[in-house]
Every structure is written in structure tokens, then in C-alpha cells.
Design a protein around this ligand. Structure first.
Ligand SMILES: [Zn+2]
Length: 242
């Protein structure tokens, strides 16, 4: 089975792998350039997608769009020779993480202070036998609310939306293909002890997604889903909060 699966005429993706929390990666092919969605959790994860891009005769991505700062989505940035694009808030977190040390002591300290969570700590240790290999980069291009990247015949719109999971989160909307990459934007807040949604933010996210023109949504840790499916479970979550 191919690691890189075709979703639409211009979009491919690789599945999430929960063993080391590797998220879905996306690939969008334009007439002039291509874009990768999320960089993955390590050089190896990024390389897996790039190898498959080569194997299928597709063009090397010119851009890589980062959906949010969580390690599994951005630690692969150092493994891709592409222009990286991220929201200002994501980039601030990337800058902050560049100063993080990966010794047992430093990692334990961050769990204590709430800078990081145990779940990530455990899985980072699984993905990285040698944590000195962790190399965090900041983005080449930074935007505030929205940026549009024209790949030739297809457009990627990176858009920040209110959400519970992580303030800096952006979606990557590909209107011509009616596809949206959600990153983890529809997930709960796993980083602040609550593990839940916030009623107001979730309400705004649902409204934004209702307006957005798409048929297929790709969450960072799920298989492709229909718009109805995604809105269905979000409305259920909202009701539970109400
Ligand atoms: Zn996340």
C-alpha cells in the first residue's frame, strides 16, 4: 500500500501513525509549485513523505505550511528544503522551543511548569532514541491572520481560526479541490490540564467551518472525513458543554 495516497486530482496525503504520534501530512500539487502540509515529527517522518513524492514522480515541495506549534507537526521542518510558512504565534512558540534542552532534567522541569505535557514527553522519547537529533527551526514566512499561496491552478489559504486546541492553529483550505487540512484545530485543549473544549471558541470554530466551502476534511490524527461528519461531532461536543 502506498504511503502517499491520492485524495483528489491535486492532493495527496500520508496517514497518521499513532505509534509515535505522527500526524497526517499533506501534499498539494500546483502547475508551478507544490506545498506540503505540516513537516512531521522528525527528519525521518518528513523524509518518508519526500521519498514517496520522488517515487511517484511528483515535484519537491516549494513550501511547507505549519498548522500549529505542537512538536509532532513541526519538528520535521529541519528535514525539508522548502520555504516554511507559519502564523506569527506559531513562530513565537518555535522560537521559544529552540532554546529548550532535551535532557531528562530539562524535560522533567517542563512537565512541572506546564510548558510541556507528559503525553508528548513519552512519545518524543519513542520517536527520538537520540534526542540530540532534535533540531527546531523557525519559519521563513510569517503571517498574522491569513495568507494565500498560489501554486498555479490551485490555491492554499492558510487561515487562523478560533479554537480550543491551540491558539496559534491555522487550517489549510484548498478551495479548488474542496479540501481542508485541519491540523488538530477541531481537537480539545490537551495542553492545559482541562482536556476539553471551550464553549465560545468551539462555537466560533463551528460557525467558521459551516461557512467554509469544502467537502473533505483531513484532521491531523484521523482519516479523511466529510464536512457533515466533522460538523456533526463538533456540534455534539458543543451540546455536551451547554
Ligand atoms: Zn496539536
Amino acid at each position: 500500500m502506498d504511503t502517499l495516497k491520492r485524495l483528489t486530482e491535486r492532493i495527496w496525503f500520508s496517514d497518521a501513525d499513532e505509534r509515535t504520534d505522527r500526524p497526517v501530512l499533506g501534499y498539494i500539487l500546483g502547475d508551478r509549485a507544490s506545498l506540503m502540509v505540516d513537516a512531521g515529527n522528525s527528519r525521518e517522518h518528513a523524509a518518508m513523505l519526500i521519498d514517496e513524492v520522488h517515487a511517484q514522480g511528483l515535484s519537491y515541495p516549494k513550501y511547507v505550511a505549519i498548522t500549529h506549534w505542537h512538536w509532532d507537526h513541526c519538528f520535521g521542518m529541519c528535514g525539508i528544503d522548502a520555504v516554511s510558512v507559519a502564523s506569527r504565534e506559531t513562530n513565537l512558540k518555535l522560537k521559544e522551543m529552540m532554546s529548550w534542552e532535551w535532557t531528562d532534567t530539562a524535560m522533567a522541569k517542563r512537565i512541572e511548569t506546564g510548558e510541556d505535557i507528559l503525553f508528548c514527553d513519552e512519545i518524543i522519547r519513542k520517536e527520538y532514541q537520540d534526542r540530540s537529533k532534535i533540531e527546531i527551526r523557525t519559519a521563513d514566512v510569517v503571517f498574522d491572520e491569513r495568507v494565500e499561496i498560489d501554486l498555479g491552478g490551485v490555491t492554499c489559504i492558510l487561515l487562523k481560526l478560533p479554537n480550543s486546541h491551540s491558539e496559534d492553529s491555522v487550517i489549510v483550505h484548498v478551495p479548488e479541490e474542496k479540501v481542508v487540512f485541519l491540523g488538530d484545530i477541531t481537537s480539545e485543549d490537551l495542553h492545559h490540564g482541562t482536556g476539553r473544549h471551550y464553549i465560545e471558541k468551539l462555537g466560533m470554530l463551528i460557525e467558521a467551518l459551516e461557512w467554509l466551502d469544502f467537502e473533505i476534511a483531513l484532521h491531523g490524527h484521523d482519516e479523511p472525513r466529510s464536512k457533515e461528519y466533522v460538523l456533526g461531532y463538533l456540534r455534539e461536543d458543543l451540546e455536551l458543554l451547554g
